[in-house]
Design a protein around this ligand. Structure first.
Ligand code: XBP
Ligand code: MG
Length: 237
């Protein structure tokens, strides 16, 4: 018997923060605030302020921009941001280990259905390798994703397309045969910059952003009109 032909959809590439998991408001934000408190710093990012800060991708860069804005001397910002980010990362890993960062509703089903249909899956995130690996291990079956690339490995973070370019190269799939799934405008720009079609599934922080150029916009994974069928049939390039 001849082997199964490859699926016409060459790959679906998922973002992590805000997409596979709703991790920002009750995850990263909480961990950043705990790191401030542990360092004796008088900062607390409330839900609204954190939404504004999310425009800066990458936890280290978000911290560095905030510390500079708060008046810390430019010479002390890099080391302080690095120290706070390391502590925040450890605290976020703890949240992951205790099951506080669940998959968005509908995501496990979508991932399983795509996998069962033979569509290769991958991850392209700005988040750090130190927490991304344990999170994916906890939420998804081993070998679910053929390629996982994080912000730790790329020279420039989203909206730069580097993470998507590299994932496509590692998958050996041309951009025209793959689809990205994102939650934010920065993520959409990164995917479009790599030549990918991109479906956006919004959350409370991103609903009002500009998704011009996306293939489709949904506000949840398990609502009407979403599901693997949309990815496999409707939007397959
Ligand atoms: C996510 C990010 C990340 C997280 C925090 O963006 O910008 O920085 O907020 O993770 P995207 P780190 O969903 O577009 O990948 O602190 O590990 O950077
Ligand atoms: Mg995101």
């Amino acid at each position: 018997m001849s082997p199964e032909p490859p699926h016409p959809l060459g790959a679906v590439i998922f973002d992590v923060d805000g997409t596979l998991v709703d991790s920002e408001r009750d995850g990263h934000r909480v961990a950043f605030n705990a790191a401030f408190a542990a360092a004796g710093l008088p900062y607390h990012w409330d839900v609204t302020e954190y939404g504004r800060l999310l425009e800066i991708t990458g936890g280290y860069h978000r911290l560095a921009a905030f510390l500079a804005e708060a008046g810390h001397h430019p010479s002390e910002v890099p080391a302080l941001a690095e120290r706070l980010h390391a502590d925040k990362t450890a605290r976020f890993r703890d949240l992951v280990a205790h099951g506080h960062i669940p998959a968005r509703p509908g995501v496990p089903e979508l991932v399983r259905e795509l996998g069962a249909a033979g569509v290769p899956l991958a991850v392209a995130t700005t988040g750090s390798r130190e927490w991304v690996t344990p999170l994916l291990r906890r939420l998804f079956a081993r070998d679910t994703f053929a390629v996982v690339l994080t912000g730790t490995e790329v020279p420039a973070l989203k909206p730069d397309p580097a993470v998507y370019d590299t994932v496509l190269a590692r998958l050996g799939v041309p951009a025209e045969r793959a689809l990205a799934v994102e939650d934010s405008e920065n993520g959409l720009r990164a995917a479009l910059g790599a030549g990918l079609a991109c479906v956006v599934v919004t959350n409370d922080y991103t609903r009002q952003q500009d998704f011009t150029g996306s293939a489709a916009v949904f506000d949840q994974f398990d609502g009407a009109g979403t599901g693997a069928g949309v990815f496999i049939a409707g939007l397959a390039p």
